[in-house]
Every structure is written in C-alpha cells, then in structure tokens.
Design a binder for this molecule. Structure first.
Ligand code: ADP
Length: 360
C-alpha cells in the first residue's frame, strides 16, 4: 500500500525515532469527529501499531499529499481514557520513587487537550482524564506502601497568562501575581508563594480542581475564552519518609494543559489578542527549544526564555521524565494546524522525518 511505501522510504529515520525511547516521550492522540459535525474525510489516513501515522492532505497533489509521522505511540479515535492512562501510569508512579515528571497536553484549541488531562465530566469517574486518574493512583500506592514509607501529598495550581504567573487556588479569586524563584530545598517547586495545599484523598483534589477551574474562568473576558490562551500547571508534590532509615524522598508531578497552539492571522489580530498570541507563540517555542535541546543533550538548555520553562526547570532534563501528548483535530479545515502540530512534536522528539528529507 502507499502507506508502506512512504514508510519504507523513511525506514532509516523511522528506526532512529523508535530508538528514542528515553526520557522524552511523545504520544499523539486523534480526536474523534464531534456529534453534529459533518462527518467528512479524516486527515488521519492510517495509524500503525508502532507509533506511526499517515496524514493525507487532499489539498496537495501526488507525493506531497501524504506524510508519515512517527512517535512513541499514536492513539486513534476509539481509544478510551482508561487506555490512555494505562500508558501514562508507569511515569506517574515513578514520582513516588522520587522522580520529577512533566506531562504536557499540546494542540490547537478544540483538539482535546482538556479532554485528555481533565476529561469531559468531573462527576463521571469513567470519563476522568489523566489528572484525576494520576492522583487516584498515587493515593492508592501510598496506602499500599504505608508499612514502609509515610507519604505526604501536596497540590499547587497556577496559570501562566501573558507571561504572568497567577495562583489558581486562591479562595477569593484575586489576581495575585507570583514570582518564580529556585528553591533548592523544595526541588521542583519554583513558585514558592503559590498555595501548596495538603491533600489526602481524591475528593480533596476534585474539590481543589473545582476552585482552580472557577478561578481560571474568572479572568475570561466576554470576547475570548481565557483558558485556551493560558497555560495551566497542576503540580503534585510528594514527600516520603522511609520508616526504617528515616530518609526523605521528594518527587514532583507537573500536569500541564498548554495554551492553544493555533497561529493567529496577523492581519486579524490586534491589541490584546495580538499580545496574547505573541506570548503563546513565544512560550510554546521556548518549550520546544528546551525539550529538543534536552533530547540532543546540548550543553546549553535555554530555560530562561519563558516563564513556563522557568517554572518547570527542575522537572525538565536531568533525571526528570517528560511526556508530551500532542492532539490532532482530524477535520479537513484543521489540516494546516495538524501539520504544524505534528512538526512541533517531531521537533521535541528531536527527529525530522518526512518524504522531503529521507536518507538518499
Ligand atoms: P481543547 O482543550 O484542546 O481546547 P477540548 O478538550 O475542550 O479541547 O475538546 C474539544 C471538544 O471535543 C470537547 O467537546 C470535548 O469533549 C471533545 N473531545 C475531545 N477529545 C475527545 C475524545 N477523545 N473523545 C470524545 N470527545 C472528545
């Protein structure tokens, strides 16, 4: 088939991608067509078993119309929240062994980032996203290990909007701006003035997330939904004391719902909208630069170029583990954003793969 032909042309680079199962993982998730949407042709033509996919662009002709992308995993439209979490779980669990972990949701607005991270309905547990499943799992394991390790779990929730950091767990919805400082004694927690709330069960977390979501919405203007223009970072800090040795371990899990990655038409965006778009572009490319520098083991990692990468500095690189979910909207009118999302994802996986530059 043409899929296999394109894949064969890229065999050399493809193998390199498969070898890249190190600290940085990239998973792609394809959103289903939504109810009431014209059920047109999907731009995702094929999903293979080894983390590869083929995108078809009907606006292009011949060889240029098809392109293979390859990641650690690709999830099709029928994959459930439970299956998504099953492939995330080992990473989450390593937080309890003292690792710092970042999970990102990347994609254009409406591609399913919030669906993956939070889920569509807080009151229906079977639809829960990675955030709630992760916390439920962490509490479960801390109980399981309670004979040997005494764990404490804390939660922080911040938002980064126009390069300003805001606490989402303030009870009065106030707009307190926060500084970023590197606090070496609390590895992974670089916004020391944001509330750090102790939690003991999943219900505590659900209640906090409700507050956080409400605060996130408060800043929204009538014109645009702010949540799609800001990054939200849910940080779970774990402190464990081994009962026999009395030694302390700390781990940090950052669950990051990124701002929508769509490019804004320069001729259309003015004023506040243009400023937002520029901040988002800059911070997403700063994130891409940091991750690809880490993947290439560069000597210099440009953490200082955005608030987002400064906040997460201790949890990107070193012994930390990173997982990025990139989200695809399969509609034809999203093809431009789909290609640019997949190219971004390739860049963070540090491999260029495509018909144009195969190894000939
Ligand atoms: P984003 O956070 O990227 O803006 P959302 O998560 O809000 O996007 O998703 C947009 C819409 O698509 C929502 O109505 C959501 O419920 C739906 N959706 C997203 N992903 C899926 C999925 N995997 N299965 C079913 N519906 C989905």
């Amino acid at each position: 088939s043409s899929y296999h032909k394109v894949l064969e042309e890229n065999r050399f680079l493809y193998n390199q991608v498969q070898d890249l199962k190190g600290a940085i993982r990239v998973y792609c998730r394809v959103r289903p067509f939504l109810q009431g949407q014209s059920n047109g042709q999907s731009t995702v033509d094929y999903i293979g078993e080894n983390g590869d996919m083929m995108i078809v662009n009907p606006l292009k002709q011949g060889k240029d119309a098809r392109r293979v992308f390859s990641f650690n995993k690709v999830f099709g439209t029928s994959v459930t929240q439970e299956q998504i979490y099953a492939d995330t779980q080992p990473l989450i669990r390593s937080v309890l062994d003292g690792y710092n972990v970042c999970v990102f949701a990347y994609g254009q607005t409406g591609s399913g980032k919030t669906y993956t991270m939070s889920g569509p309905d807080l009151s229906a547990e079977d639809t829960w996203g990675v955030n709630y499943r992760a916390l439920r799992d962490l509490f479960y394991i801390t109980k399981e290990r309670s004979d040997s390790i005494k764990y404490e779990v804390f939660v922080q929730m911040i938002e980064i909007y126009n390069e300003q950091v805001r606490d989402l767990l303030v009870s009065d919805g106030s707009n307190r701006r926060l500084d970023i400082r590197n606090t070496s004694q609390l590895n992974g927690l670089n916004v020391p003035d944001a509330f750090l709330v102790p939690v003991t069960c999943t219900r505590d977390v659900v209640n906090l997330m409700r507050i956080g979501q409400k605060n996130r919405a408060v800043g929204a203007t009538a014109l645009n939904e702010r949540s799609s223009r800001s990054h939200s970072v849910l940080t779970v800090h774990v402190r464990g004391r081994e009962l026999v040795s009395n030694s302390i371990l700390r781990g940090c899990l950052h669950l990051v719902d990124l701002a929508g990655s769509e490019r804004v038409d320069k001729s259309e965006a003015v004023g506040e909208r243009l400023k937002e778009a520029q901040h988002i572009n800059r911070s997403l490319s700063a994130l891409g630069d940091v991750i690809s520098a880490l993947a290439q083991k560069s000597a210099h990692i440009p953490y200082r170029n955005s608030k987002l990468t400064q906040v997460l500095q201790d949890s990107l690189g070193g012994h930390a583990k990173t997982l990025m979910f990139v989200h695809i909207n399969p509609e034809l009118n999203a093809i431009g954003e789909t290609i640019s999302t997949l190219k971004f994802a390739e860049r963070v996986a540090s491999i260029e793969l495509g018909a144009a530059q195969s190894n000939k």
